[in-house]
Each structure stands twice: as structure tokens, then as C-alpha cells.
Design a binder for this molecule. Structure first.
Ligand code: SAM
Ligand code: DTB
Ligand code: SF4
Length: 366
């Protein structure tokens, strides 16, 4: 398929198309490349929460803001395995593990993240990580551990980015995306609307994302969750019409990508979300929590899926499962493993977890 090179003016024109015409156009593009009745469900898991040194103005996890979040150290394999099984039982085919880090360091915690990736990969889920900036060799190691996707958002246009983050630059973001790509990871990169940016900023971000080759396999569109204590705490809730326009424009500009209806769904009605699906959204973040803020109840989402006749997408429907490289553990790593592993649980082998997930899945009506 030939990929169109969009100019900014063309994207802005799409964004400003009369709304119903825009939704109709996006829905038509959506049907050329995707099954409109299948929606990917991804679950977020904050594996290391809060205490971040960065100053992203929207983020409740930045240490410098006084927000009411519970900070947590890096999770253990058991904790992550359990969360993954639960997510799978609720129809999730992907687990996205997030850490409140500026960048990945070559330390024990990274070794632990590699083990977490392997653990989730073994459950036949798509594993995604969002850990901040990353070098090419770190990306390579994550890929070898079985990582499927790397999430790193551009968040906004290059110009507006400077207004919301001063502790790193747009170029750093693009470099990390390139590093992840070199390791053959799929890319998940999108942004946030409702931070005070203009329509032009939103469209510029889409232009940058669309100009990447290959284009990102998924584009999360977040509506700002204005968290008390952050500099953006007083921002007004994003109008649903803006969300529909942004989703539709993303669908038209990057036709083959998975457009993910991300943060902000608790403020959206079922009808508003339905229009987003109509406009080309093909994925959601599910689970009662995003990273630190609330998300719609899982049962509410299932009701919505049933009502609209939507089916959850199977894992690896759009790409091959990565094979985790078998790694012989060094004595140091063996010792680390013992240090990190928690006391034995009632269920402690993958096989048992897998059959439990199967059982749980058959109980859950999707
Ligand atoms: N620390 C890593 C980084 O910044 O790349 C990964 C975690 S960070 C929380 C992941 C993404 O969450 C951000 O890039 C941003 O797009 C999104 N995000 C964070 N806080 C948000 C908020 N209050 N509302 C909407 N999206 C938010
Ligand atoms: C993305 O684009 N949105 C997710 C995920 N990628 C990492 C994060 C949303 C976070 C919302 C605020 C919070 O819960 O802390
Ligand atoms: Fe840190 Fe990521 Fe939050 Fe920025 S968005 S403060 S880098 S956790």
C-alpha cells in the first residue's frame, strides 16, 4: 500500500471537516483496513509508580508536584503474573507495563524488567513497556526478552512540547522511537489532547507520527486527566467532539494503525465512546485503573462491548509472537532472582496460571 505524505494544511482540513462527514470518512477508511467489530483490549500496569525526576506538566507521577498518589517500588514477577492473568481473563490481549522513569538504566531494576517481560510473554500476551528513554542496546535486550511493543508518546507538537516539559526534548523522544525500531519492536506512540494546545498542535503531532517509516503500529489518543497538584490541574475536560475529531483524523492520516482510545474515558458517555469506535478507534485501555488514575469499570466496558457487538482482538492478530531468548542465568542473576521472588503462593507455576486464566476466561461473557 502506498503511504501518503500528508501536509499540515491537509491534516488541519481533515480535522475541521463537518463532524458527521468526518466520522463517515474515517469509518470508511477504518473498514478498508480493519474489522470494525474487533477492538483490542490492552491493560495498563504501573510496575513502578511515582517519584519521577521529570517535569511533565500533566503527570501525577512527577516527584516535584504534590499529588495524592501512592508511590511503589518495582513489582515482582508474582505480582505481574497475577495482574496479567486477571487482565487476560477480562479479555485483554496486551499488557502495557509502565515505569515512572526518565530513562532506562543498565542496572538491577532493568534486569528485573526483562524478567517481567519474559513472564508476560510466556502467558501468550502481547507485552508492551513504557519506561522512558531507551538506548538501542536496551531495546535489543527487551526484544530478546519477548517484548512486542514499546510505548513512547510524542504527546504534542514539537512547539507545544516545550511548554509542558523542560527536562527533555522532542528530539530525545524521536531518538528513543528510532532505537526501539532498530531492535524491531513495534511502536506505540501518540499523545494527549486538552493541555491547552491548538488544533494545529494536534495536527502537527499527527504529521510527525505519520511521517515515521514504518508508521507506528499503534497510536494512543489520551484526553488529559487533570490531576490535582499538577500544573494542568485546572484544565477543562476535553469536549467529546474534540476526541471524536482527533480519533477520526488519526484514522484517516494513519489508516493501518491501531488507534487507541486511551486516558479520559471516565468522562466519556457510552454514546461518545461508540462514536469514537465508529470514527476508527480500534483499541482501549481496560482495567479499573490506568497507571494511577481511574478508568471505567471492567464490567461497564464489557456491557458496552456487548451492546455494540464488539469482540476483543486475539493476541498477535497483527504480528508474530516474539520468541524470548533462552538465557542461562549467571550466579549473580540467580541470587537476584531469589532476592526478587516473593514467598510461595498457592499457585506458582505458569501452567497452573495459564489454565486458571482459561477457566476464568470461559466464565467471563465477552
Ligand atoms: N515515564 C515514561 C514516559 O514518560 O515515557 C512512561 C510513563 S508515562 C506516565 C506514559 C504516558 O502517559 C505519557 O507520555 C503521557 O502521554 C501519558 N499520561 C501521563 N499522565 C497523563 C494524564 N494526566 N492524562 C493523560 N495522559 C497522561
Ligand atoms: C498512553 O498513551 N496512555 C497510558 C499509556 N500510554 C502508558 C497512560 C495514561 C496515564 C494516565 C494518567 C495516570 O493514570 O497516571
Ligand atoms: Fe515521569 Fe513519564 Fe510522568 Fe513524565 S510522563 S513525569 S517521564 S512518569
Amino acid at each position: 500500500m502506498e503511504i501518503k505524505n500528508w501536509s499540515l494544511a491537509e491534516i488541519v482540513e481533515v480535522y475541521n471537516t463537518p463532524l458527521l462527514e468526518l466520522v463517515y470518512r474515517a469509518a470508511s477508511v477504518h473498514r478498508q483496513h480493519h474489522d470494525p467489530n474487533t477492538v483490542q483490549i490492552s491493560t495498563l500496569l504501573s510496575i513502578k509508580t511515582g517519584g519521577c525526576p521529570e517535569d511533565c506538566a500533566y503527570c501525577p507521577q512527577a516527584a516535584r508536584y504534590h499529588t495524592d498518589i501512592e508511590t511503589n517500588d518495582l513489582m515482582t514477577e508474582d505480582q505481574v503474573r497475577k495482574a496479567a492473568i486477571n487482565a487476560q481473563a477480562g479479555g485483554s490481549s496486551r499488557l502495557c507495563m509502565g515505569a515512572a522513569w526518565r530513562n532506562v538504566k543498565n542496572d538491577d531494576e532493568f534486569e528485573q524488567v526483562l524478567r517481567l517481560v519474559k513472564t508476560v510473554n510466556e502467558l501468550d500476551m502481547e507485552v508492551c513497556c513504557t519506561l522512558g528513554m531507551l538506548t538501542e542496546s536496551q531495546a535489543q535486550r527487551l526484544a530478546e526478552a519477548g517484548l512486542y511493543a514499546y510505548n513512547h508518546n510524542l504527546d504534542s507538537s514539537e512547539e507545544f512540547y516545550k511548554e509542558i516539559i523542560s527536562t527533555r526534548g522532542y528530539e530525545d523522544r524521536l531518538q528513543t522511537l528510532e532505537n526501539a525500531r532498530k531492535a524491531k519492536l513495534t511502536l506505540c506512540s501518540g499523545g494527549i489532547i486538552g493541555m491547552g494546545e491548538s488544533v494545529e498542535d494536534r495536527c502537527k503531532m499527527l504529521k510527525t507520527l505519520a511521517s515515521l517509516r514504518p508508521q507506528p503500529e499503534s497510536v494512543p489518543i489520551n484526553a488529559l486527566v487533570a490531576v490535582e497538584g499538577t500544573p494542568l490541574e485546572d484544565q477543562e475536560t476535553v469536549p467529546i467532539w474534540d476526541m471524536i475529531r482527533m480519533v477520526a483524523t488519526t484514522r484517516i492520516v494513519i489508516p493501518t494503525t491501531t488507534v487507541r482510545l486511551s486516558a479520559g474515558r471516565t468522562s466519556m458517555s457510552a454514546e461518545g465512546q461508540a462514536l469514537c469506535f465508529m470514527a476508527g478507534a480500534s483499541s482501549i485501555f481496560a482495567g479499573n485503573k490506568l497507571l494511577t488514575t481511574p478508568n471505567p469499570d471492567v464490567h461497564e466496558d464489557m456491557e458496552l462491548f456487548n451492546l455494540l457487538g464488539l469482540k476483543p482482538q486475539a493476541a498477535f492478530a497483527k504480528g508474530e509472537k516474539p520468541t524470548a531468548k533462552k538465557v542461562e542465568l549467571s550466579e549473580v542473576e540467580k541470587a537476584e532472582r531469589i532476592k526478587w521472588s516473593r514467598p510461595k503462593h498457592k499457585i506458582d507455576t505458569n501452567e497452573e496460571y495459564k489454565s486458571l486464566a482459561k477457566e476464568k476466561r470461559s466464565e467471563v461473557k465477552l
